[in-house]
Design a protein around this ligand. Structure first.
Ligand SMILES: O=C(O)C(=O)C[C@]1(C(=O)O)C=C[C@@H](O)C=C1
Length: 364
């Protein structure tokens, strides 16, 4: 390519950037106007709701449907995600707690869902994220709930039994683990590998093949593992991209998870009910009396109405020995008439039924 051609293309890019700049500013002014309208239409004592997940899902889906490339739908939606995040921050910046410390996959999930224009707050434990939300110290919390290789995150399920809040959204994240080392690590003298227990389990076969005799030490998070490695010469950590760049570690081996499709699902918890979008999921907790056929009775109404169950998990109920509760996710919104009917049927058979929330299916 000649210098001349390159120059002409850059002039075109500058012109386009100016137009994009103008359009983004127009959009931001529109969002400010939306905030004004929301404030003006409040009833006495009513609080404004600036964040509208159902509308955000609609905006992102529209972008993906209309995208003609060359950028992929995901890439385009990611850009619009950030534009919306900044527009919302003009209206009212969101405060979001997540399972920390900084550099965890949960932080990456929070950024994927809300964009980067939020005030984020790392918490030391899943239960603390719930407490922050219940206390109203933040608008939303982000917690992991299941991994495609390792299954349920029991701390999260148990926290739902103890706290009253609403599930407002879900995020799915592809999880890539790397073996990370610090500047001082002697690669031929590694005697211990730190990571969160779930991540060690997700890389079990790789570790068996490459570091069969090295001690595996479970710590509270991958970011904590990365932090420890920074100051040691005989250790390595298993963690993701965010932790690697946060602590300035190098990748000794990349994408070492045993399953290439390794993904984690996270939930957004808050205090705000989300209206239907037409493409929603609902999460409930049900406890049934301990008698033969109870689980069958619970599932029949879903089957009879053709409702797609996306997950069912069992946990000890904590209110009696050998009694259990079921966590069930299914497609639909609890305000849909069909779902309403199913929930009524179930509540007639169940000892207790709690709707944790209905929320848009993950878009990104
Ligand atoms: O439509 C709204 O209610 C807005 O506040 C605007 C907007 C946007 O930028 O598109 C911003 C934040 C909301 O979460 C949803 C959408």
């Amino acid at each position: 390519m000649s210098e001349q051609e390159l120059k002409a293309l850059r002039v075109r890019i500058d012109t386009l950037d100016e137009k994009i700049l103008e359009l983004i500013s127009d959009r931001a002014r529109c969002a400010e106007e939306v905030a004004r309208v929301k404030m003006a239409s409040l009833a006495e004592g009513e609080k404004p709701v600036f964040y509208r997940p159902e509308r955000e899902a609609q905006v992102l889906k529209r972008v993906m449907e209309r995208n003609k490339g060359p950028l992929s739908n995901e890439e385009m939606a990611r850009l619009f995600r950030e534009v919306m995040s900044s527009c919302l921050a003009l209206e009212n910046p969101l405060h979001v707690a997540y399972l920390g410390p900084e550099g965890t996959f949960t932080q990456a999930a929070a950024m994927k869902h809300f964009g980067h224009a939020v005030v984020s707050k790392p918490m030391a434990a899943i239960d603390e994220v719930f407490r922050e939300v219940v206390a109203g110290a933040v608008n939303f919390g982000v917690v992991p709930v299941e991994n495609s290789t390792e299954g349920a995150v029991n701390h999260t399920l148990d926290s739902f039994l103890e706290h009253d809040m609403v599930i407002c959204g879900e995020v799915e994240l592809r999880i890539h683990h790397h073996l990370l080392i610090g500047e001082n690590t002697k690669t031929d003298a590694i005697t211990r590998i730190y990571s969160h227990a779930q991540s060690l389990a997700q890389c079990r076969k790789w570790l068996d093949a490459h570091y069969p005799n090295v001690e595996r030490i479970a710590v509270s998070s991958n970011a904590e593992a990365a932090k420890r490695v920074k100051g040691e010469w005989n250790s390595a950590a298993i963690a993701g991209d965010m932790a690697a760049s946060l602590y300035g570690l190098q990748r000794l081996a990349e994408k070492i998870e045993d399953r290439p499709d390794n993904s984690t699902r996270f939930l957004i918890i808050g205090n705000q009910e989300v209206p239907p979008t037409g493409d929603d999921k609902t999460s409930i907790i049900v406890s049934m009396s301990n008698r033969p056929g109870a689980l069958h009775e619970l599932l029949v109404p879903f089957h009879d109405n053709g409702i797609d169950l996306t997950r069912i998990e069992t946990r000890p109920s904590r209110s009696g020995k050998w009694t259990y509760v079921f966590f069930i996710d299914f497609v639909g919104h609890h305000r849909d008439p069909l779902i309403k009917g199913v929930l009524e049927k179930i509540s007639q058979e169940a000892v207790a039924l709690k709707v944790l929330g209905s929320y848009p299916k993950a878009v990104l």
